[in-house]
Design a protein around this ligand. Structure first.
Ligand code: GDP
Ligand code: MG
Length: 370
C-alpha cells in the first residue's frame, strides 16, 4: 500500500538515503531503503524537512481516446440513436419500454427469445433505435459522473393524470446538463382524468415549450398500456436523430461503454456493452475499465449469437477475467498483451487515486485535531 520507497523519497528531497532512514527512525518509523512508505510517513518526513507535499490525484492520463485513430468526415456513417427513458416513478417508463420492445422487434427476429442485456433495439420504417433499459436516472447519474455519455435522446415520461413531479424535474435537469435533446411523452392519455394540456402548461416553466406554442420541444401523447401513439413517438425519435445526424465510423476497432456487468454462475464475468464506435468482433482483445479480456461469445438482445457488432449495438459479451463496472469505458485492441498492460496500468492508477483520496481524509482529520 506504499507509494514511494525510502530511496525514491530521499532522491526527491535531495537527501542521503541514510539520513532519511535516520530521520524516519527518529519519527518512529522503521524503514529500509527499498521499503515503500505510506502517505502519512511521507507527509511527516517532508514536513520535518519543511517541504510541502502535494498529493496528486491522478486524473485518467490514459483516456481511451488517445489510443483511437482519428476519423475523417467520409468515414462517418449514420448510426441508430441511443435513447434513454426517464421520468417520475409510476409514470410508465417500464410499461413504455416493454410496449416498444414487444411491438417493434427487428424484422426476422420476431419470436426470438428476448433477453435482458440492459438495452435493446427496436425497428421502425426500416430504421433501428437503441433503447437503454437500465433505469434512466442511474444510467445518467452513475455513468455521467464517470464521464461516459451514452445517450443521444432522452424521453421524459409524464403521466397525464399526475403532472410534473420531483423526478420529472430531476430528469429534465440531467438531460439539460448533458445537452441531450428531450422529447416529452405525455403518458396515460387513456385515463378519463388525463389532462395533457396541463402537462404542457407545467413544463413551460422548465423551458420545454411545444411547437404549437412557439417553442421547439416535441410532445407526444401516448398510452403505453394501451399501446397508443407509440408509432408516432418512434417517428419523432427518428426525426430528432435525422436533425442531429448521429454518426460513427464502423470501420475501426470498437470503443463503447459498459452498461451492466455481473458474475454469471455458468458463464463467468459477463458485460453488457454499448458499442459506440467501430466494430467489435469475436476474438477481439479489449480493456473494460481496469479489466481485460478477449471476446469469447457475443449475443444480442434477441439472444442471437453475433460474430460482430457495429455502432449503437448493445451486446452481451463473455471472455472477461473480472467483472467491470457500469459506466466503464470499453476499448478493443488488436494485441492482447497491450490490452492486458493497459488494464493493469489503469488498475494501478485507480488504486493510487483511491489512496490519494484516503490520504486527503487523513489530512483533514489531522487538521481537525489541531
Ligand atoms: P415506472 O415506475 O415509471 O416504470 O412506471 P410503470 O411502467 O411501472 O407503470 C406504473 C403503473 O402505471 C403500472 O400500474 C402501469 O400499468 C400503469 N400505466 C403505465 N402506463 C399506463 C398508461 O398508458 N395508461 C394507464 N392507464 N396506466 C398505465
Ligand atoms: Mg419502472
Amino acid at each position: 500500500r506504499g507509494t514511494m520507497t525510502v530511496g525514491e523519497l530521499a532522491k526527491a528531497l535531495h537527501k542521503d538515503a541514510s539520513e532519511v532512514i535516520k530521520k524516519l527512525l527518529f519519527l518512529g518509523v522503521m524503514a529500509t531503503i527499498n521499503q515503500e512508505l505510506d502517505l502519512d510517513a511521507i507527509q511527516l518526513l517532508a514536513s520535518d524537512y519543511g517541504v510541502e507535499v502535494e498529493l496528486k490525484i491522478p486524473v485518467e492520463e490514459d483516456k481511451f481516446e488517445q489510443f483511437e485513430e482519428k476519423d475523417e468526415e467520409e468515414d462517418l456513417l449514420e448510426r441508430p440513436p441511443v435513447v434513454t427513458i426517464m421520468g417520475h416513478v409510476d409514470h410508465g417508463k417500464t410499461t413504455l419500454l416493454d410496449a416498444i420492445r414487444k411491438t417493434n422487434v427487428t424484422e426476422g427476429e420476431a419470436g426470438g427469445i428476448t433477453q435482458h442485456i440492459g438495452a435493446y433495439q427496436a425497428e421502425t420504417n426500416g430504421k433501428k433505435i437503441t433503447f437503454l433499459d437500465t433505469p434512466g436516472h442511474e444510467a445518467f447519474t452513475s455513468m455521467r459522473a464517470r464521464g461516459a455519455q451514452v445517450t443521444d435522446i432522452t424521453i421524459i415520461v409524464v403521466a397525464a393524470d399526475d403532472g410534473v413531479m420531483p423526478q420529472t424535474i430531476e430528469a429534465i435537469a440531467h438531460a439539460k446538463a448533458a445537452k441531450v435533446p428531450i422529447i416529452v411523452a405525455v403518458n396515460k392519455i387513456d385515463k378519463p382524468e388525463a389532462n395533457p394540456d396541463r402537462i404542457k402548461q407545467e413544463l413551460t416553466e422548465y423551458e420545454l415549450v411545444p411547437e404549437e406554442w412557439g417553442g421547439d420541444t416535441i410532445f407526444c401523447n401516448i398510452s403505453a398500456k394501451q399501446r397508443m401513439g407509440l408509432d408516432n413517438l418512434l417517428d419523432m425519435i427518428l426525426l430528432v436523430a435525422e436533425v442531429q445526424e448521429f454518426k460513427a465510423n464502423p470501420n475501426k476497432r470498437a470503443r463503447g461503454t459498459v452498461i451492466e456487468a455481473e458474475l454469471d454462475k455458468g458463464k463467468g464475468p459477463v458485460a453488457r456493452v454499448l458499442i459506440q464506435h467501430g466494430t467489435l468482433k469475436v476474438g477481439d482483445s479489449f480493456v473494460a475499465g481496469v479489466c481485460f479480456g478477449r471476446v469469447r461469445a457475443m449475443v444480442n438482445d434477441k439472444g442471437k449469437r453475433l460474430k460482430e457488432a457495429g455502432p449503437s449495438t448493445p451486446v452481451e459479451i463473455t471472455g472477461l477475467t473480472e467483472v467491470p463496472q457500469a459506466g466503464d469505458p470499453f476499448l478493443a485492441f488488436e494485441d492482447e498483451r497491450k490490452a492486458r498492460a493497459i488494464a493493469e496500468k489503469r488498475a494501478v492508477t485507480l488504486r493510487q487515486s483511491e489512496m490519494g483520496a484516503n490520504a486527503r481524509v487523513t489530512l483533514d482529520e489531522l487538521y481537525k485535531q489541531i
